[in-house]
Design a protein around this ligand. Sequence first.
Ligand SMILES: [Zn+2]
Length: 132
Amino acid sequence: MFICENCGAEYECQSDLDYIEDMTDRIAPGEFVPGGQCTECGAICHDQETILKNLKNHFGIKQIDWNQFNHDKSELEWVIKENENKDLNVEIPYSESTLESLRNIVETLEELQNQAVTYGYPEEEVFGNQEE
Ligand SMILES: [Zn+2]
């Protein structure tokens, strides 16, 4: 199954996709070679297996535990909110740079979540470190 990374269109076979003419301009070094381009919007389409491999390599994860995932995310969001709200007396306020990196983590988590949902990452899988 090939999925468009822009519009989410699904294609059963690589032959259903358009040929990518400017391949070298479209992918960065180290990226997986796409299966072709979307006939609807022209964006790059990867096969689902490749996407999962990409996600796992990028985030160093084997599996996703959605409960833990959502818990971690809301914990972080709470900490950020507490620190942003100056009316509350936070005992040890985080520095602006710490807050900034926390915001980046939340953003990365959201990005991962969206990608995982878009590409049908199995929801029952468990977040774990790669132990090879
Ligand atoms: Zn598309």
